[in-house]
Structure formats: C-alpha cells, structure tokens
Design a protein around this ligand. Structure first.
Ligand code: C2E
Ligand code: CA
Ligand code: CA
Ligand code: CA
Length: 275
C-alpha cells in the first residue's frame, strides 16, 4: 500500500512476473505429462437423435497433474499449441483413442466410430497424414471408424489445410467441421472441403428454444448441410426441449449432457455395454 500514486506500476510488476512464473511452471509440467503418464481421455457418446442409439464417441483429453490436479483442456491445449507440444499431445490422444476402441472391440463392446479433435497446429506442422496412417496400421482400426474434428476457423480459406484434409480423407477417415457457425466459412470454400459432417456449435444449441435468432441459425445450418449432403450433429444438448427442436428440424446426431457427460473408459463400458 506504500507504493500508491506515481509508483503504482510497481503493484502490477510482481503480479505479472508471478503470472509468468506460473506459466513457465505449467509449460515445464506439461512437457513431461506424456512421459509421466498423466494424460487421460474421457469419452462422450454421440447418439442418433431419434432413437438414442450409440453411434460413436468423442475423445476429450484431461491432464491429471500431481502438482496441479485435474486440468481441463481449455487451460492446457492453447499452451501446448504455443510451446510446440500439440503434435506430440495430439498423437498421444489419437493412439490412445484408437487402442481403446480396439480394446473395447475385444471385450465385445463395439463403438462404431471414434472422434478425435485436431488442432490447427497439427495440420500446419508435422506430418499428420503419416501419423494417422501408422496409428491405424499399428492398432488395426479400420479408417472408416475414425473421425477427426477440425474447427471451422481452422479450415477457413486455407489451401494448405485443404490439401492436408484431402490426404486424411484419402486414408478413408471421416472429417467433421467442429464449432460450426462460429467461424464465418465462405460457402464456396465449404463446398470444396472433403468433409462428411457439420458439428453445430454449443453456443447455438444452449437455450435454442428461447431464442429465435439461435433457432434461425440452427435451421440455416441444417439446411446448408442438407444442400451439401452433409450429416449434422448438435453438441452441448442439455435439455429435452433442445433435443426435440433439433429432431424436428432434421438434425441427425446428438451429443450433450442430456445423453451423457464425457466418461472415463470404465464408465463408458458400465453405461453403454448392454444398451
Ligand atoms: P469441443 O471440441 O467443442 O468439445 C466439446 C466440449 O463441450 C467438451 O469440453 C465437452 O465436455 C463439453 N460439453 C459436451 N456436452 C456438453 C453439454 O451438454 N453442456 C456443456 N456445458 N458442455 C458440454 P472439454 O472436454 O472441456 O473440451 C473443451 C475443448 O478442448 C474442446 O471443445 C476441444 O476444442 C478441446 N479439446 C479437448 N480434447 C482435445 C484434444 O484431444 N485435442 C485438441 N486439439 N483439443 C481438444
Ligand atoms: Ca470437438
Ligand atoms: Ca464446441
Ligand atoms: Ca472446439
């Protein structure tokens, strides 16, 4: 409190450096998370919006750090992207998810498809196509059962990304545009993408039935998907009225807390094995 007035900047300097110290600490811990076996995947079911039948699941990464506790991806994915760790992390996610599906196959639980998130940085650097190819080979998972989700902002008007996506598609995997509706894709570009599915962003789904502009946007996205022959999945469905609206509008697939939260692998089995 002594440093009021013209020296007030001194108040902020220590706070800033503490923030910087924490960030450096987080980066150092994150870099070691794979070798220390601290990453894990939760799986959130994706269902047929009419029948509730299980169609697949999205793999969502978590970091169980002894120092920091459970860290959610919003906190460490951007850091991993900044420090050049996202390709290693993404490869870990892909390999673990594909192995998990094969393990489930062997236990008699057949998850039709597995969706994995792909970061822009993974498309820009490294050789994602050969990574995916080797992981499919190594696990024996058939390519059609793997779907990769790429955010709309990532795919927007980028020829290089387009070529990488074409290479991935040529392997036989499925491609979905994630967070659709938030990225202002040009429609002509969208029609050139080798994609099979649009994933309607959660921000349009939550409270969709109380908000006429959200309703209009969701309708427009579903109409666009139909016109381009794409499947639609709505993420973040929390209420029956949201599900009902989407069903009426012809959305095909659903993901959200109404159907299931993201679950650790053993709970996926317990919840879905016999349905
Ligand atoms: P996303 O790809 O849009 O994933 C959906 C997020 O919404 C997940 O958060 C999920 O838990 C949450 N969610 C699902 N249903 C509901 C619902 O009904 N209500 C609400 N409020 N939330 C719901 P999560 O797991 O925290 O992941 C956040 C983001 O982190 C993901 O957003 C994705 O962009 C990123 N992420 C997660 N795993 C990975 C990964 O392995 N690689 C990359 N590159 N990014 C990942
Ligand atoms: Ca996603
Ligand atoms: Ca989203
Ligand atoms: Ca996302």
């Amino acid at each position: 409190a002594k440093t009021h007035g013209r020296n007030s900047s001194h108040f902020y300097a220590p706070a800033m450096s503490e923030y910087a110290r924490e960030r450096v600490h987080l980066e150092a811990l994150l870099r070691r998370s794979i070798e220390r076996n601290e990453l894990l995947l939760h799986y959130q079911p994706q269902v047929d919006i009419r029948t509730g039948k299980l169609l697949g699941a999205e793999a969502l990464v978590r970091w169980n750090s002894p120092e920091l506790g459970i860290v959610m991806p919003v906190r460490f994915i951007p850091v991993a992207e900044d420090i050049g760790f996202i390709s290693a992390l993404g490869e870990w996610v892909l390999r673990t998810a594909c192995h998990q599906v094969k393990e489930w196959d062997e236990s008699g639980f057949v998850l039709p498809t597995i969706s994995v998130n792909l970061s822009m940085k993974q498309l820009e650097h490294g050789d994602i196509i050969s990574t995916v190819f080797s992981i499919l080979e190594e696990t024996g998972l058939s390519a059609e059962r793997l779907e990769m989700e790429v955010t709309e902002s990532t795919v927007m008007d980028n020829e290089r990304v387009l070529r990488v996506l074409e290479g991935l598609r040529a392997l036989g995997i499925q491609l979905a545009v994630d967070d659709f509706g938030t990225g202002y894709s040009s429609l002509s570009y969208l029609s050139r993408l080798p994609i099979q599915k649009l994933k309607i962003d959660r921000s349009f789904i939550s409270n969709v039935t109380n908000d006429s502009s959200r309703e209009a946007i969701v309708r427009a996205i579903i109409a666009l998907a139909n016109a381009l022959n794409l499947q639609t999945i709505a993420e973040g469905i929390e209420t029956e009225s949201e599900a009902k609206f989407l069903r009426q509008e012809g959305c095909q697939q659903a993901q959200g807390y109404l159907f299931s939260r993201p679950l650790p692998p053993d709970q996926v089995l317990a919840r879905w094995l016999d349905v």
